[in-house]
Design a protein around this ligand. Structure first.
Ligand code: FAD
Ligand code: EPU
Length: 337
């Protein structure tokens, strides 16, 4: 366990926002976690994994608790499946690569998503046709007020698109300490989403494998998403909005090329990136921050921007999209004020 005072969080968030934390405590075991929960002021507590889905608005009063719980273990297996448990502090992409090396299938489409295993259930991370709810078995979480460990099933997590119970009813009440996934020994390749098939063709891959799919996803992601080591960002800043079919149909009348996907009988999902792009924001720069030139859904800090700069830009975009298309966007990134 380490404990630093009045430390800059610049290298602890992928936006690269330079705020400070009064106390920065790093825990490597549940014993250390329970001990430090008993010692700190729980009313001023922020749990942080890789800091890849947060926007810091101010210096953080109280304690930032870094989840560094390690370890990957096989809990059970049969002919078809393996149940793999990973500590909440394990890096997500390293976990994906570990599973690919072991030939355990199911999360290869989620390659190269930054952050930690423990944060993955928070917003039910998703990409290229897979969400973690598809492979999730259960998680363990430490209740902050009592220090007790509770197990949550898939159903209890109430997963939705970029949603879970931990962002809603149980917000701020638990620290996710481990996640167990049910992975496949006999892979079912998911290549129909987005540009995966085209990328596999470009790579001249004829025999599909989970490693080839992972590499294709990595190539696609690297071609349009900024590398946080180079340019500060937190991935998609907004969610893709789910709207009534009538609204999507009206939009399609004006813009037949608008990206829209069916959700159910009553609603469709629009591509927020397309709307922001069409509204003229893509690549716009305001000094040291702006909208990414290759993906309009990503706001970027070119160095030295504040959380307020990025937040104010997002507010302007929200208002503009509402006025131009009648669509209410919602922020995906967690605003920490
Ligand atoms: P953090 O940013 O540290 O935390 C996020 C939130 O979860 C905070 O509110 C924090 O308090 C809370 N939290 C973190 N850990 C825990 C825990 N153990 N217990 C309880 N609460 C916790 N997301 C996708 O879904 N799909 C993508 O394709 C995707 N692409 C991205 C690409 C880039 C370049 C970037 C920068 C981000 C992308 N993201 C994507 C967003 C981000 O990677 C995920 O949301 C990731 O799961 C965040 O993990 P983290 O450890 O960095 O969380
Ligand atoms: N588009 C544009 N202009 C843009 C950006 C996108 O026209 O500037 C269009 C694309 O041409 C495409 C559509 O919008 O027709 C969708 O774009 P893309 O495939 O790039 O995906 P996205 O909807 O913008 C979502 C997730 C990503 C995830 C990808 C791949 C959300 C909020 N974002 O992005 O997740 O990696 O799909 O599955 O759901 C994240 O959550 O941080 C994230 C990066």
């Amino acid at each position: 366990m380490s404990n630093l005072q009045n430390t800059s969080l610049k290298s602890y968030n992928t936006f690269g926002i330079d705020v400070s934390a009064e106390h920065l405590v790093s825990v490597e075991s549940t014993t250390e976690l329970v001990k430090s929960l008993a010692e700190i002021n729980q009313k001023e507590l922020l749990i942080l994994g890789g800091g890849s889905n947060v926007l810091f608005m101010n210096d953080i009063k109280g304690t930032v608790l870094l989840n560094r719980l390690a370890g990957i273990s096989v809990e059970d297996e049969n002919e078809n499946h393996v149940w793999v448990k990973a500590g909440g502090g394990v890096n997500w992409h390293e976990f994906v690569l570990h599973c690919i090396n072991e030939n355990w299938a199911g999360i290869e489409n989620l390659s190269l998503i930054p952050g930690s295993v423990g944060a993955a259930p928070m917003q039910n991370i998703g990409a290229y046709g897979v969400e973690i709810k598809n492979v999730f078995h259960e998680l363990e979480a430490v209740e902050i007020s009592s220090g007790k460990i509770k197990t949550f099933s898939n159903k209890e997590c109430q997963f939705g698109y970029r949603e879970s119970v931990f962002k809603r009813a149980l917000k701020g009440q638990f620290m996710i300490s481990s996640v167990t996934f049910k992975l496949d020994k006999k892979p079912v390749f998911k290549t129909s989403y987005g540009a995966i098939t085209a990328e596999l063709e470009r790579m001249k891959i004829e025999d599909f494998s989970i490693r080839a799919i992972s590499n294709a996803v990595i190539n696609i992601r690297q071609s349009k998403l900024p590398d946080p080591k180079v340019t500060g960002n937190a991935g998609s800043f907004f969610k893709n909005p789910v709207v009534p079919i009538s609204l999507a149909e009206n939009l399609k009348k004006d813009y037949p090329e608008a990206a829209a996907y069916p959700v159910d009988d009553n609603s469709m999902k629009l591509a927020a990136g397309w709307l922001i792009d069409k509204a003229g924001w893509k690549g716009k720069t305001f000094g040291n921050y702006g909208v990414h030139p290759k993906q309009a859904l990503v706001l970027v800090n070119y160095g030295g921007a504040t959380g307020q700069n990025i937040y104010d830009l997002s507010t302007e975009i929200l208002a503009d999209i509402k006025s131009k298309f009648g669509v209410e966007l919602e922020r995906e990134v967690n605003i920490i004020s």
